[in-house]
Design a protein around this ligand. Structure first.
Ligand SMILES: Nc1ncnc2c1ncn2[C@@H]1O[C@H](COP(=O)(O)OP(=O)(O)OP(=O)(O)O)[C@@H](O)[C@H]1O
Length: 396
């Protein structure tokens, strides 16, 4: 997500258009309520309706971009919005947060229309990518800021903040200021601040993007645990398919302002329906006309499949299912054989990924030793084989 709301990096402006925080450390226990009366709502949000979750049809017209996304989620669901750059994930999240107005459509949470409620009064918690912690406030006061904005007294807010920081394993950091927190600790403080308001909708913008690889692994596990315990709706935006698969129950893939596919991580990984998703989950994907065990691609060649289908179909197989040969193989049991040319080679984990063009454009993975033995280089002519049993065909 690239265009987060006005940053509070200098502590001057709070997230989500909320009033600026009082410096709780300096005002002590006395002091008046800094929150304007019109921005005050009860600390908890009694439901006019039983909690039914999120029911949104987000239609937003920006100058050169049109978003039209339907999102539904039951309490307890964790939904990940995935999509390429510029797809509209940020716009969708900002609209859910009330930072970008709806042009049309609706936004209902637990049966209540939210789009008529100002952002600061919505039962919505947001964790921004760069956390937007107030640098001059301690971890405790940063977290207490959430409930304070939702009308809690200073004492209540601090008690809630202490509970949440303890729950996040940060009890010993209550008096620490953000600059002395590690990335992972700051992330948890930001999550505690959002959760301390008892939101009915939790929004997370690239929650792990600012962390280094090692911290990311730990925090991903912890975040998964906290999200599993969260009993309202959580929506997160991420570029990272692993984060999405680990953290979310359901993925909603957005391309060009529209939902192109949604489902469980397993469904999406097994049945990608666009090139972007196929790339994301690391599969070669083709579309064509199925007739029995053969799918004839729109572009020409045929793929032999294990499944029997008829009509429009997708066929997918992983790059690891491809075997490369420098001369046309004889006596292979693989039913698929294509003549290709190496367009490029790159390291992919501990493998070499060969990008092939020709009869069928495809990606193939092989070991470094195999790549050396085959003397692969850009422009090299190769034969690719794939067993029908390693393909997966499904209706388009
Ligand atoms: N305030 C705005 N006014 C006009 N156009 C905007 C505005 N904000 C975003 N856009 C456009 O809307 C489109 C979607 O942007 P958005 O940031 O929602 O995508 P994204 O999926 O979050 O991308 P990324 O992954 O790069 O963050 C882009 O073309 C962007 O230029």
């Amino acid at each position: 997500m690239t265009n987060t709301p006005p940053a509070a990096a200098d502590g001057a402006r709070p997230p989500q258009g909320l009033p600026a925080p009082d410096n709780e450390s300096s005002t002590g226990g006395a002091g008046g309520n800094p929150i304007p009366a019109e921005g005050r709502v009860p600390p908890t949000h009694p439901h006019a309706h039983p909690p039914t979750g999120l029911d949104a049809h987000l239609i937003v017209d920006l100058k050169t971009f049109h978003l039209d996304v339907t999102l539904k989620a039951a309490p307890g669901d964790v939904v990940a919005l995935l999509g390429p750059n510029g797809a509209g994930k940020t716009t969708a999240l900002r609209t859910l947060a009330g930072l970008t107005p709806l042009t049309a459509g609706h936004l209902h949470l637990d049966g209540t229309p939210l789009h008529r409620t100002p952002p600061e009064s919505r039962p919505v918690g947001v964790v921004f990518q760069d956390y937007l912690l107030f640098p001059h406030l301690t971890a405790l006061d940063n977290v207490a800021f959430g409930p304070r904005c939702h009308g809690a007294t200073k004492k209540e807010a601090r008690a809630q903040a202490t509970t949440w920081l303890t729950r996040m394993g940060l009890a010993i950091h209550t008096t620490t200021k953000p600059r002395h927190l590690s990335g992972g600790q700051a992330q948890r403080v930001a999550l505690a601040r959002a959760l301390a308001t008892n939101p009915r909708l939790l929004l997370l913008d690239e929650p792990l993007a600012a962390l280094d690889a090692r911290t990311r692994l730990d925090i991903r596990t912890q975040l998964r645990h906290h999200l599993a315990e969260f009993e309202a709706v959580a929506v997160l935006v991420t570029h990272d398919p692993l984060d999405a698969m680990v953290l979310a129950d359901r993925l909603v893939v957005i391309e060009d302002g529209r939902v192109v596919q949604e489902g469980t991580p397993r469904d999406i990984a097994r049945h990608p329906r666009t090139d972007y998703i196929a790339q994301l989950v690391g599969l070669n994907l083709y579309k064509g006309q199925a007739d029995g065990h053969t799918v004839t691609l729109d572009a020409g060649p045929e793929i032999a499949t294990a499944e029997t289908l008829s009509g429009e179909a997708f066929v997918a197989f992983p790059p690891s299912a491809v075997t490369l040969h420098r001369t046309r193989p004889t006596g292979t049991s693989a039913r698929n054989l294509w003549h290709c040319e190496v367009a490029g080679l790159e390291t992919h984990g501990d493998q070499i990924r060969a990008d092939l063009t020709g009869e069928l454009p495809l990606a193939a993975d092989l070991t470094t030793v195999a790549a050396a033995e085959l003397d692969l280089h850009p422009g090299a002519s190769v034969w690719a084989t794939v067993k029908a049993t390693q393909t997966h065909a499904y209706p388009a």
